[in-house]
Design a protein around this ligand. Structure first.
Ligand code: NDP
Length: 249
């Protein structure tokens, strides 16, 4: 991780779960971390909980990633305060359950705006910052097993019906970014991390009860992010799929 010392990592959705776990690991690994989220009180709690010598490397900015103007404002602030972006972890995401063909369109829009468009807004600005400064940065997408070809939805659980298209689209976004960056002669890396169920706030209590111990922890996913980042400049980890041992779907 030597080459990332004091480099700037932006994590969307750092106020809880996987994003917060990534923030802890990256700050401890010596990066400057900017956490984006809507709940600034939770970002502040995270900052306060860090060891004192790491706290000054955690920065926070309120940002609803589904709103392009808010993303623009947050990234302008990062450029001004920290000089640019070297690593982006597109992690912010929501789940709204229901049957795709029957649920309110506004819920489907909300999922797509957050999980897909939010990642695209952040990716465009981060890639622009990296290319302008000629940095071989890293774009990481916290995707899902629901975004991987071959995913079979559980017919008894409709919580992911509208979420699944947002994550499938994210798989395409990562591959398109990879190809575009190669064509531009860029050394920026792209990685998708695809977890199965993880014990975080996004997962309903009844699902957690059903899964019992067959569930990943946020830190398991953060460790996969850290691994992808820690590879040498010539190595690109394209996909990591992680499931708890025994997870069926
Ligand atoms: P959490 O609910 O704990 O975290 C979600 C994070 O996203 C929060 O920090 C939340 O912050 C943020 N967020 C949501 N909407 C927005 C928004 N509009 N703007 C900015 N931030 C937003 O769940 P996880 O940690 O599990 O989720 C993180 C990612 O992992 C998601 O993309 C999810 O799809 C993915 N994932 C999760 C799995 C699981 O089983 N938990 C499995 C596979 C993938 P705030 O509310 O403060 O804005």
């Amino acid at each position: 991780m030597d080459r990332w010392q004091n480099r700037v990592a932006v994590i969307s959705g750092a106020s809880s779960g996987i994003g917060a776990a990534c923030a802890r690991l990256l700050v401890a690994a010596g990066l400057q971390v900017v956490g984006l989220a809507r709940r600034t009180d939770r970002l502040e709690q995270l900052r306060q909980s860090l060891p004192a010598e790491q706290r000054m490397r955690f920065h926070q900015h309120k940002c609803d990633v589904s709103q392009e103007l808010q993303v623009d404002t947050a990234f302008e602030w990062i450029e001004k305060e920290l000089g640019g972006i070297d690593v982006l972890i597109n992690n912010a995401g929501i789940v709204l359950g229901g049957q795709l063909i029957d649920m309110p369109t506004k819920d489907i829009n909300n999922i797509l705006q957050t999980n897909l468009m939010g990642s695209i807004y952040c990716t465009k600005l981060a890639a622009s910052s990296m290319r302008r400064r000629q940095v071989a940065g890293h774009l990481i997408f916290v995707n899902s097993t629901a975004g991987v070809a071959g995913y079979k939805p559980d017919p008894a659980d409709e919580s992911l019906n509208a979420y699944t298209p947002s994550k499938f689209a994210l798989t395409a976004v990562q591959e398109i970014c990879r190809q575009e960056l190669i064509n531009q002669g860029s050394k920026i890396k792209t990685t998708s991390i695809n977890p199965g169920w993880v014990a975080t706030e996004i997962v309903p209590d009844e699902t957690k009860a059903k899964l019992g111990e067959v569930i990943l922890q946020a830190d398991d996913v953060a460790q996969a992010v850290l691994y992808a980042l820690s590879t040498p400049p010539h190595t690109q980890v394209e996909q990591i799929t992680l499931r708890a041992v025994g997870e069926y779907f």
